[in-house]
Design a protein around this ligand. Structure first.
Ligand SMILES: O=C(O)CCC(=O)C(=O)O
Ligand SMILES: [Fe+2]
Length: 318
């Protein structure tokens, strides 16, 4: 008798940073094991789900309530955040993705930068907004540093190889599709910076492309974040880490909110793979390049005509 078995659903790795608190101390056996798992996940999938209870459910709920209040502002107020800096400011009416609306806030780990943004949106002040965003960004900055330090350790690199970063954050609202049908919220792309850490509120929607071309729908648990390798990190690693292509697909009758932090190398950072990451199996794959110039390129007409994951190869590939 034949039997039918369901094809295995591929899942991205889930790495628990909260089970063993000592494992987040560098030099311990636990740290070493987590570092290997993080590296393997980033090389194979370009992403993983991290369980990280140090950012509390309360912090997360406060941040999402702040983000929702931002989208509730009148359109003319939201439009005041227009910026010519790539990926900064308010975006709506983006071609082909009518459900999408987002805010990019630059230098978000600076209290002054968040205050400036808050004052622009709420001239009479909104401490709840600035405090909940700053608190969340503080937590994400710590998490980003731990992950990037683990990756360095897993390649036996030194602390000085870590790239100093600022943080760009993006809050996104996806309007529920009018008939609730499975619809494109954000088209497939790779992120441009070093590392992305993403939180979503209740409604699922993020999908990641596997190496063999299957879209994997993610359903992170309420105290998890999704971590994604971006183009700059992939290039810095000489192509060892995978820059994961992902998209947002929206279904059902509830609006979806997500909050993302991007680790942005400070102005003037040159992306150059450390010598240890270059060998016969991985000959040098990219010319040295200025990270910000690549970001500007990725925002240009020329780059928009390319597939997102090809942009960094077009810009700096050897
Ligand atoms: O909202 C999401 O789940 C994805 C957002 C995203 O990929 C981005 O902002 O780059
Ligand atoms: Fe993304």
């Amino acid at each position: 008798m034949g039997s039918f078995s369901k094809p295995d659903l591929i899942q991205i790795p889930i790495i628990d940073f909260s089970k063993e608190p000592k494992a987040l101390v560098r030099g311990t056996e636990g740290w070493h094991l987590l570092s290997q798992r993080v590296r393997e996940a980033c090389e194979t999938y370009g992403c993983f789900e991290v369980v990280y209870a140090k950012i509390s459910a309360h912090q997360r709920a406060e941040m999402f309530s702040a983000i929702e209040s931002l989208f509730d502002l009148p359109l003319e107020t939201k439009r005041k955040t227009f910026s010519t800096n790539p990926y900064v400011g308010y975006a709506i009416d983006v071609p082909h993705i009518p459900l999408y609306e987002s805010f990019g806030i630059e230098d978000a780990s600076s209290v002054d930068s968040i205050k400036h943004f808050t004052d622009l949106m709420w001239p009479t002040g909104n401490d709840h907004f600035s405090q909940s965003i700053s608190s969340m960004v503080g937590g994400l900055e710590e998490l980003d540093y731990i992950i990037r330090r683990m990756i360095l350790d897993s390649y036996s690199l030194l602390a000085e190889d870590i790239i100093p970063c600022k943080y760009l954050v993006r809050g996104t609202k996806y309007k529920a599709p009018s008939m609730g049908d499975y619809s494109m919220g954000l088209y497939a792309h790779t992120d441009k910076y070093l590392l992305t850490i993403l939180a979503e509120e209740q409604v699922r929607g993020l999908e990641v492309l596997s190496k063999d071309g299957q879209w994997i729908p993610l359903s992170p648990s309420p105290n998890s974040f999704v971590v994604l390798v971006g183009d700059l990190f992939m290039a810095w690693s000489n192509g060892r880490l995978r820059s994961a292509k992902h998209r947002a697909m929206i279904q059902g009758f509830k609006d979806r909110f997500s909050f993302v932090s991007f680790a942005v190398p400070t102005e003037g950072t040159v992306i150059q793979a450390p010598q240890k990451l270059v060998d016969q199996q991985y000959p040098r794959a990219f010319k040295d390049f200025d990270s910000m110039n690549f970001i500007r390129f990725s925002y240009s007409e020329e780059a928009r005509g390319l597939d997102s994951d090809k942009q960094v190869y077009a810009y700096a590939g050897i």
